[in-house]
Design a protein around this ligand. Structure first.
Ligand SMILES: Nc1ncnc2c1ncn2[C@@H]1O[C@H](COP(=O)(O)OP(=O)(O)OP(=O)(O)O)[C@@H](O)[C@H]1O
Length: 837
């Protein structure tokens, strides 16, 4: 209901009437002056005009600068005007009566009674004078209760008495004149006072045009007064004469009246009377206008009062509503205060309870606080001593740390030394193990029978020893041949299991050894499957590279390895770069010009590989180049040797030690016999080249085994390229692939005999010694007599093979071979190896 909360003083609202009365009482003197009964004619004539004019001004144009007192004074003046109007009405009636008397007297002038003339003139003068200067007298006479009309009657009667020349009329006239003089004097005094009061009011209210008009009227009034006085001044002679003799005076006056001067004075008086009547008419007209204005003002005032009353009623109603609302608010306030008080009491009670609990806690906490304070002081002292203690502790810790670091460093050095020693020992042990196993190891893998072969009702001629995984039995022409190798993989063996047996050779490559892994066997025996495998089950090539990646990553960060791969193909004794831009380009093998005796292949492309993706890309490129160089890939692959050469170069940043190993993964061409294949033309040449290279490989191995002073590495591109990996402390693995079918039995026997003889060959203790033995014959080298050379089955001289075949074709020879192997291993352990076949 209310926009803002305010403090209302609703005790009592004074109404306008009360304010009116209150303000009236403040300046009662001013109002008394206006309410006084004895007012002069001039004030009577002039003051109402002024007041009325002011009222019009103030009512029409309320001056906000006027004070309430001034407005109330104007209101009082308005009321006074009302009274003046009433007086004017009565005065008009009196004047009309006097005029009628004058008219009556003028009518009597037509009669010859000259005695009445002075009375008439005097009465006329008196009447005029009375009209001008003595309205208050008449008013007083009128207001004198019983005597007012009586006075007028007596005046009329006195006039008539004077006209009638009654003897008592002179005394009455004299007393009346003296009374009139007295009243005139009083009126003059009052006029003077009222003039002063008007001046004062004028100074308070300010002069306006109406006031100026009032001043003019006053001055005119003064002038008329002076004229009246002048006219009175002519009377003393008559009055003095009449004082002694009233009758003579009356006569004298009559004479004087009849004189020309009197006539003239009468004329002038009549003229003045006429002027005054005109002026009176003007004043009446003005008065009428003022009355109309007054009526308007009164009506407006009444309307305003009614509005004020309405407003007051509305204010009272509003006040009532406000009081009711205030009452409601007061009640609400009291209720809220009471609720708040109750809440506060409850909260206070809870606070008191909490306070009591806190006090209790405080009492219990005080001992703890004392203890804490004590502890705090202790800690403070310790903290004060802490920098010194800390500094001392830091110094001691530094000293201890330095000491420990020194100890750790020395221990570390010792550990490093032990580690190196252990590593060397491990390497030696590993090498010794490999050496004990033989530098040339031979595995045999029997491929499974495919579905077509199974349906062709072809017999399986291979059997295995369940107690010895190094023995293979081959049924050939009713005879059971026993072949003892390092490992025999039956057909059901997986690629991973094969690689488990190979991976030790692969890891030795990381240690700087040169390794050769050959896949040997007739066409279709599974060489490519073992070396390359299939995408879903990769062979030794990809697994070896994965293992190398894994191993070199474990050796980081001490060792930094770089693995590069090359792929070459030897076809018809021609070396081709399978990773190069031009696969048809023939490569050559040359000796390094640095005199190290190492071989290298100028133009051979090497790719650095770091991931399996790199391997796959390299293999894909090699296969693609190999396919572009031939018309039939399967036949071509059977007629060529595929070599994957992996070089592992390592550098130990802490020791500065460098290693370099080479892993040669060789998928040899098919080893079937020419006579059986019946090849002619190019196929014959291919077969001859294959036999030549395989025969050269057998010769090299034989020369190594027999410690010949000359090892014929250069007899074929294959052996020449693999010279580094076949000599010295190099390790060689020959995986002989065998077909289990009866139709391949003779090729299988030839392959197994070749493999069995190869595994008995021991390579030299070191490359240097081997090179020394190769370049100059030594006494320690085995003689040709002590070594029985077996050529590969495809060599043009098949004699050794037939001997070997016969040797391996009986169980006795097999048992002899087993005993020979065990003896050779014991001799390797004692360093007194002597190879015997
Ligand atoms: N261990 C095996 N397991 C399953 N399949 C094999 C296995 N060995 C060989 N094969 C399959 O025998 C077939 C001939 O194998 P592969 O091509 O490897 O013989 P190869 O000796 O390389 O012949 P070539 O000398 O003509 O290249 C292939 O289809 C191959 O998948």
């Amino acid at each position: 209901m209310f926009g803002t909360r305010k403090t209302w003083d609703l005790s009592h609202t004074p109404c306008l009437q009360e304010l009116w009365n209150k303000d009236l009482s403040l300046d009662a003197s001013s109002v008394d002056f206006l309410m006084s009964d004895g007012e002069e004619e001039s004030s009577f004539l002039t003051l109402p005009n002024t007041v009325l004019q002011r009222h019009c001004l103030t009512s029409d144009l309320p001056d906000p600068h006027l004070s309430d007192q001034q407005q109330l004074l104007i209101q009082a003046l308005q009321e006074k005007v009302c009274e003046f109007q009433a007086r004017l009405c009565s005065e008009d009636a009196t004047k009309r009566l006097l005029l009628q008397q004058l008219q009556t007297q003028e009518e009597h002038q037509d009669h010859p009674n000259s005695h009445e003339q002075p009375h008439i003139s005097l009465q006329h003068q008196y009447t005029n004078q009375e009209l001008l200067e003595q309205p208050s007298l008449q008013e007083n006479q009128l207001r004198q209760a019983d005597s007012k009309t009586g006075l007028r009657r007596s005046r009329s009667s006195s006039g008539s008495q004077r006209l009638q020349g009654h003897p008592d009329s002179n005394g009455y006239h004299l007393s009346l004149i003296s009374g009139l003089h007295t009243q005139i004097e009083e009126l003059e005094k009052k006029l003077l006072n009222q003039t002063q009061e008007v001046e004062r009011l004028r100074s308070e209210l300010g002069a306006t045009d109406l006031e100026k008009q009032l001043e003019l009227l006053e001055s005119e009034n003064q002038r008329l007064k002076q004229e009246l006085r002048a006219s009175y001044a002519n009377e003393p002679a008559a009055t003095c004469s009449t004082s002694s003799c009233p009758h003579s005076q009356y006569v004298t006056k009559t004479v004087e009246v009849e004189s020309a001067q009197c006539k003239q004075a009468l004329v002038e008086a009549q003229a003045r009377n006429q002027a005054l009547q005109e002026q009176l008419g003007v004043q009446r007209e003005l008065l009428r206008e003022l009355e109309q204005q007054l009526h308007e003002s009164q009506r407006t005032s009444s309307q305003l009062r009614q509005q004020i009353l309405v407003y007051e009623g509305e204010m009272e109603r509003a006040q009532g509503q406000l009081e009711a609302e205030l009452q409601n608010l007061e009640e609400e306030k009291n209720r809220v205060i009471e609720e708040a008080f109750i809440r506060a009491e409850s909260e206070m009670k809870a606070v008191h309870e909490n306070l009591a609990g806190v006090r209790m806690n405080l009492l219990t906490l005080q001992p703890a606080l004392r203890t804490l304070t004590c502890d705090y002081n202790c800690l403070k002292r310790q903290v004060q001593d802490f920098p010194y203690m800390l500094e001392k502790a830091i110094a001691e810790a530094k000293q201890e740390i330095c000491q420990v670091i020194g100890e750790v460093s020395s221990a570390n050095q010792e550990l490093l030394r032990k580690y190196k020693r252990e590593m060397n020992l491990r390497k030696k042990c590993h090498n010794e193990l490999v050496r004990l196993k033989g530098n040339i190891r031979v595995f045999c893998r029997v491929r499974p029978v495919c579905q077509d072969e199974a349906e062709s009702d072809s017999k399986t001629m291979v059997s295995f020893d369940s107690d010895d995984d190094a023995v293979l039995y081959l049924s050939n022409k009713g005879k059971l041949m026993t072949f003892e190798l390092d490992k025999v993989f039956p057909p059901q063996i997986t690629q991973d299991e094969v690689f488990q047996e190979v991976q030790s050779l692969v890891t030795s490559c990381i240690d700087g050894f040169n390794v050769c892994i050959f896949a040997y066997g007739q066409t279709g025996s599974g060489k490519t499957y073992t070396m390359e495998g299939v995408p879903e089950d990769p062979g030794i090539n990809q697994r070896a590279l994965r293992l190398l990646f894994s191993e070199v990553s474990e050796k980081k960060p001490d060792w930094d390895y770089n693995i590069t791969v090359s792929m070459v193909e030897i076809y018809n004794e021609t070396l081709r770069n399978l990773l190069g831009d031009n696969p048809s380009e023939k490569l050559d093998i040359k000796m390094c010009p640095d005199g190290s005796g190492q071989l290298y292949v100028p133009g051979l492309t090497e790719f650095s590989v770091e991931s399996v993706e790199d391997i796959n890309r390299v293999f894909e490129l090699g296969h693609m180049n190999r396919a572009t160089a031939c018309t039939n890939l399967n036949e071509h692959s059977s007629r060529s040797h595929a070599l994957l050469i992996i070089t592992v170069a390592g550098f130990n940043s802490s020791t500065g030690h460098r290693t370099s190993g080479k892993l040669n993964l060789v998928d040899l061409a098919g080893s079937e016999r020419i006579a059986k294949s019946g090849a002619e033309g190019s196929r014959l040449r291919e077969a001859q080249c294959i036999n030549k290279s395989l025969s050269a490989l057998g010769d090299v191995i034989n020369a190594l085994r027999s410690r010949h002073s000359h090892v014929p590495f250069r007899n074929s591109r294959l052996t020449y390229l693999l010279q580094d990996s076949l000599s010295g402390d190099s390790k060689t693995l020959m995986v002989v692939q065998v077909s289990p079918l009866e139709s391949n039995i003779s090729e299988s026997v030839c392959s197994l005999k070749f493999a069995q003889r190869v595994r008995t060959v021991e390579l030299g203790p070191s490359s240097s010694s081997r090179r020394h033995a190769e370049n100059s014959s030594t006494s320690s080298s085995p003689t040709h007599d002590s070594v029985e050379l077996d050529s590969p089955p495809v060599t043009p001289v098949p004699l050794p093979i037939s001997r070997a075949s016969s040797a391996g074709s009986t169980l006795s020879s097999s048992s002899k071979s087993t005993s020979t192997r065990r003896r050779s291993q014991s001799q390797l352990a004692t360093g007194r190896l002597k190879v015997t076949v």
